[in-house]
Ligand binder design. Structure first.
Ligand SMILES: [Zn+2]
Length: 445
């Protein structure tokens, strides 16, 4: 270091030492996650400095060491210095949990137009974002607690709250809602309002610096997750301790063909119900029978079925056989949720979208196309439809560019085969490249 170069502020060295110690602690306590812990990229934020002493002042809104989906871990110096090593290490394991479990893509949270979220924006997050963060925390903390890794005071603990173990965030949301309401009446909060960053809901925070550059790319993350999963499986073969939640995760990550049908069903159903929850009892589809009372628009008080559009990758790299079989699967799932013979809209897409088809079941779609691949065109065509869809289901091998921005609809990507990738903002179900023919359920034609 030269004397003339820009000097790092005095606190920075202490912060880096604290982070390094916390990493070691985390890797030691959960050796099966060591590579994940070391893949986290700490980004040291500008602290608020005490006017008298010049020392960084802790900002409790950064107490969770919030992360983003590029594996950046945002370290607020005052907070880091005020947090014991074990606690900082616990938060690292916690954030790895959000990242590898894809909470950002699974999140039901959508930004209101022009709204910013997160501590730096100084905006109180809405109820939905807060509840999703708590439910996702419950899913992770549950596994940590099973390892006797108890979180700091104030975080959601399924065991302490008397919630069942081993559930998903989606399953915890309604339970937490009920508990929170009950505790509200007793004048007590369920847990502190902790913000784990965009790793939990995919909504960029202002302190993230506009998403430019830093951190892991989609391909890096894909490779990292595979290596974490392979490492866990090696440990299992060597009879080392690995908690059951992580065993299950590694099994599914390494061999997506195991249980793919169940997971495809869960992902699509989750997409349908997430969206249905948002459009329930809305005025979106007013009754047409207004007669003389033209000023009165009665709400449609029925459970709205999400308007779903399929985008089908018909480029040369995806075989027709696999697509037809996958369409039959998806059709069966949609029917089981929405009832039979709903109107479905669909686009075939290679480098361009083909005309929209309106069908009663997905298996009636005529497959057209065959050139290169650009799913951006198909998604753009879907979003340009009126009425605009609530849910877009994309069937593709993922060898395609994706829109950079999350579209205004929930997107589920059925990713065929081992290659390819899906964007951060989509829910993903991996499908084996050789989809076996589907056996129709009883009563299906
Ligand atoms: Zn969290």
């Amino acid at each position: 270091m030269t004397a003339d170069g820009p000097r790092a502020p005095a606190y920075e060295e202490a912060v880096r030492a604290r982070i390094a110690a916390a990493r070691l602690w985390a890797a030691h306590r959960a050796p099966y996650l060591a590579s994940a812990v070391f893949a986290l990229n700490p980004v040291i934020l500008e602290p608020a400095l005490d006017e008298d002493t010049g020392a960084p002042v802790a900002d409790p809104q950064f107490r969770a060491f919030p992360a983003d989906t590029r594996w950046n871990l945002y370290v607020e110096p005052g907070t880091a210095l005020a947090t014991p090593v074990e606690e900082a290490g616990w938060w690292m394991l916690h954030q790895v949990g959000h990242l590898v479990r894809g909470h950002a893509a699974r999140s039901p949270v959508r930004p209101a137009p022009g709204q910013e979220v997160g501590p730096a924006a100084g905006v109180v997050r809405d109820e939905e974002a807060h509840r999703w963060n708590q439910a996702a925390d419950a899913e992770i903390n549950d596994d940590l607690e099973a390892e006797d890794l108890r979180g700091p005071a104030g975080v959601v603990s399924p065991a302490e709250l008397g919630l069942p173990a081993n559930r998903t965030a989606e399953e915890y949301v309604p339970m937490i809602d009920v508990l929170a309401q009950a505790m509200d009446r007793g004048g007590r909060a369920l847990a502190e309002a902790i913000d784990c960053g965009s790793a939990v809901d995919g909504q960029e925070r202002t302190y993230e610096g506009g998403g430019c550059g830093e951190g892991l790319t989609q391909l890096d993350r894909e490779l990292l997750e595979r290596s974490i999963a392979a490492g866990i499986q090696d440990r299992i073969s060597a009879r080392s301790e690995v908690p059951s939640g992580w065993r299950r995760w590694a099994e599914e990550r390494v061999r997506p063909s195991v249980n793919w049908r169940a997971r495809l069903g869960a992902t699509v159903r989750r997409g349908l119900s997430t969206v249905a929850g948002q459009v329930d009892f809305s005025y979106r589809r007013p009754s047409r029978r207004v007669g003389a009372y033209t000023d009165i628009v009665p709400p449609s008080m029925v459970r709205a079925v999400p308007d779903t559009v399929l985008v089908i990758d018909t480029s040369g790299s995806v075989t027709r056989d696999v697509l037809s079989r996958l369409l039959a699967e998806v059709s069966g799932i949609i029917e089981s949720v929405a009832g039979p013979h709903r109107r479905l809209r669909a686009f075939c897409c290679d480098v361009r979208p083909y005309p929209v088809q309106v069908v009663r079941r997905a298996s009636d779609i005529e497959l057209a196309g065959g050139g290169g691949t650009d799913m951006r065109a198909g998604i753009a065509a879907a979003m340009a439809l009126r009425p605009r869809p609530d849910l877009v289901i994309v069937l593709t091998d993922g060898e395609t560019p994706w829109p950079e921005q999350r579209p205004a609809a929930h997107v589920v990507v059925c990713l065929i085969g081992d290659g390819g990738h899906a964007p951060d903002w989509a829910s993903v179900a991996r499908i084996p490249a050789d989809v076996p023919p589907r056996v129709p359920a009883k009563g299906e034609s």
